[in-house]
Design a protein around this ligand. Structure first.
Ligand SMILES: Cc1cc2nc3c(=O)[nH]c(=O)nc-3n(C[C@H](O)[C@H](O)[C@H](O)COP(=O)(O)OP(=O)(O)OC[C@H]3O[C@@H](n4cnc5c(N)ncnc54)[C@H](O)[C@@H]3O)c2cc1C
Length: 279
């Protein structure tokens, strides 16, 4: 039971959804865009968010795209995490998204909801942060705008009244890449991450790593990537240096101390480097 009443809308087009949001705001209501509802409904029950109308986007065809379009691999924001695994269009995305929550919850959580979550992990963003060409298509009053996914964690990435339609990556870049994605939790297989590390190795041997759980937001760091790519040093040494040069300090929270996060990240990175360079 929710502690307050809400109106539910399920528009069929992008235009309808944008107009609906505007009309509700003009009527002094507080609408929110709705993916799988897992976060919104939990927060509403805890009474740490208030809204009186939800605009469920999942009937909009553009929000459900899942396939190749020209050079791009496209993923609708309304796809559920289980849809990503079932389609397995991009194995790195499958590997990362398939470790979020448990299978039943992944059947509710949408890609858009995970990417725009107020919960800090947003693990499905890691594969996109590793790509040169990764874009978000955002529905705005001025039409569909393409925005770099590298800006996902910026406050201005999506403004009130706008919504995420889909995300896309260049197929050739995404598919021709060796990768590992590893989620480290404190104890159980299913839990929020102590740290999740996704690493790619490109044809020229360079490595890139994206992290979730280390800080209050997912990130990549060019300084860290530079260190990881220095094949003149052992995997262990590179992992040590990478951890020492992270752009922010590791979190201290109920999942683990700063020192423990550093230790686990270093160990995981060293193992992944060895594996990728042995392939
Ligand atoms: C049991 C459980 C376990 C979890 N474990 C993990 C985990 O291991 N790793 C992890 O990364 N996350 C985890 N999460 C967090 C989860 O991924 C996020 O809470 C996510 O937001 C839920 O997606 P949803 O589709 O249900 O979002 P919703 O509840 O529908 O929406 C969440 C937020 O996103 C906004 N939103 C949704 N879709 C759009 C859109 N297309 N455009 C604009 N705004 C939009 C909503 O307005 C809202 O603010 C877990 C959540 C649960 C409930």
């Amino acid at each position: 039971m929710l502690p307050f009443g809400i109106e539910y809308y399920r528009p069929d087009t992008i235009d309808e959804a944008l107009k609906l949001y505007r009309r509700l705001r003009e009527n002094h209501q507080e609408p929110v865009f709705y993916g799988g509802g897992t976060e919104l409904l939990t927060r509403a029950r805890l009474q740490n968010v208030h809204f009186d109308a939800v605009i469920d986007l999942k009937n909009i065809p553009e929000v459900r795209v899942h396939g190749r379009s020209g050079d791009w691999l496209e993923f609708g924001a309304g796809l559920r995490l289980t849809d990503l695994a079932d389609g397995n269009l991009w194995p790195l995305l499958t590997a990362t998204a398939d470790r979020i929550a448990d299978h039943t919850t992944r059947g509710q959580i949408t890609l858009g909801g995970n990417l725009l979550s107020t919960i800090p992990y947003r693990e499905a963003s890691l594969p996109f942060l590793l790509m040169d060409e990764a874009e978000a298509l955002v529905a705005t009053e001025d039409g569909i705008e393409s925005r770099p996914l590298a800006n996902l964690v910026s406050d201005s990435f999506i403004k009130p009244g706008e919504f995420l339609v889909s995300v896309r990556v260049k197929g050739d870049e995404a598919k021709g890449i060796a990768y590992r994605s590893r989620k480290m939790t404190r104890q159980d297989w299913i839990d929020y991450p102590l740290v999740t590390v996704a690493v790619t190795r490109r044809a020229d041997g360079s490595l890139r790593a994206a992290f979730s759980g280390w800080a209050g937001f997912p990130f990549v760091s060019s300084a860290v990537n530079h260190i990881l790519s220095d094949t003149g040093k052992s995997a262990r040494r590179r992992a040590q240096e990478a951890v020492a040069h992270m752009p922010v300090k590791a979190l201290e929270d109920l999942h683990g101390t700063r020192e423990y996060r550093e230790f686990v990240t270093e160990y995981t990175l060293a193992q992944i480097i060895d594996e990728l360079e042995d392939d």
